[in-house]
Design a protein around this ligand. Sequence first.
Ligand SMILES: [Zn+2]
Ligand SMILES: [Zn+2]
Length: 136
Amino acid sequence: MSDFLDGGCLCGAVRYRARGRPEHRMICHCKTCQRAAGSPVVAWVTFPAESFDFVQGDPVRFQSSPPVIRTFCGVCGTPLTYVHSQAAEAVDVTTCSFDEPDSLPPTHHSWLQDSVSWVRFGDGLPTYPTTRSEGS
Ligand SMILES: [Zn+2]
Ligand SMILES: [Zn+2]
């Protein structure tokens, strides 16, 4: 296993590198992710902020809610990262912007209370109404 996990946006303008392995891997069903990605769910992995760097291009920064900064490629629009100001030591990165998302399978689903009604997963993973830390 490489010490690095590389990824970037669809058009290639923005590239990033994460070191080590992610602390968390999940699929988010929240309304903000839905709208930010135009997608029913968004898969995320979490790294320590000091283990993640943009190495090419400058993503656009967007404040998606008062404490949250999301980034995306200003050319092609790929959602890239999420940082919450109360947990700024961690950065969430969209799993499927990595070059090898198969190596980063999710462990659970979060924010099922916001889920689009027709979304059905048969993966058998645990689901949580909001966040895993707030229990089921
Ligand atoms: Zn791009
Ligand atoms: Zn979300």
